[in-house]
Ligand binder design. Sequence first.
Ligand SMILES: Nc1nc2c(ncn2[C@@H]2O[C@H](COP(=O)(O)OP(=O)(O)OP(=O)(O)O)[C@@H](O)[C@H]2O)c(=O)[nH]1
Length: 175
Amino acid sequence: MSSALPHLLVLGGARSGKSRFAQGRAEVLTGKLVYLATAQAFDDEMRQRIELHRADRSPRWSTVEAPLDLAEAITAYSTPETVVLVDCLTLWASNLMLAERDTATATEGLARSLSTARGPVILVANEVGLGIVPDNALARRFRDVAGRINQEMAAVVEEAVIMYAGLPLTLKSKG
Ligand SMILES: Nc1nc2c(ncn2[C@@H]2O[C@H](COP(=O)(O)OP(=O)(O)OP(=O)(O)O)[C@@H](O)[C@H]2O)c(=O)[nH]1
């Protein structure tokens, strides 16, 4: 079943449909579905948004919140009968920066966890940095970190797509 399937990276801008696409790809597979959420609700709007996402997921999903220790969570939940969906790497990058963790070391750990995962992993990430260069150093650093994470994950997954207006554009495929 799912263990033979490749890891997938789903990139896209805000409201590009990346989460829906990633969930759809997971739901066509048999077995257990684990949603690894990296978001933290810092305000009411985010709490509401998270509630809507939870309500939107079928009861097949179980949810695990992993704002920082993502590699460990993948290792803990990945089995040959489980599809793990990580949503999303960009909030994870921002959580790492806020917690003053070393983002390069964490990204290496994440790549390692994919290579040892026992079942398929679907990663969702934002494509940031398409606009003008931010005028503050923190935003520039965030843009760089997020871009590096996307490149490193794209290098290790077998399949990658970018979403535009709800439609996937293939960047890398298993064939
Ligand atoms: N903590 C937590 N976060 C969740 C949960 N469900 C979803 N999220 C977060 O919700 C975020 C995605 O929601 P949005 O910001 O509305 O989606 P978007 O990325 O702008 O839009 P799309 O491209 O359409 O996916 C992800 O970062 C998830 O981590 C949950 O159960 N718990």
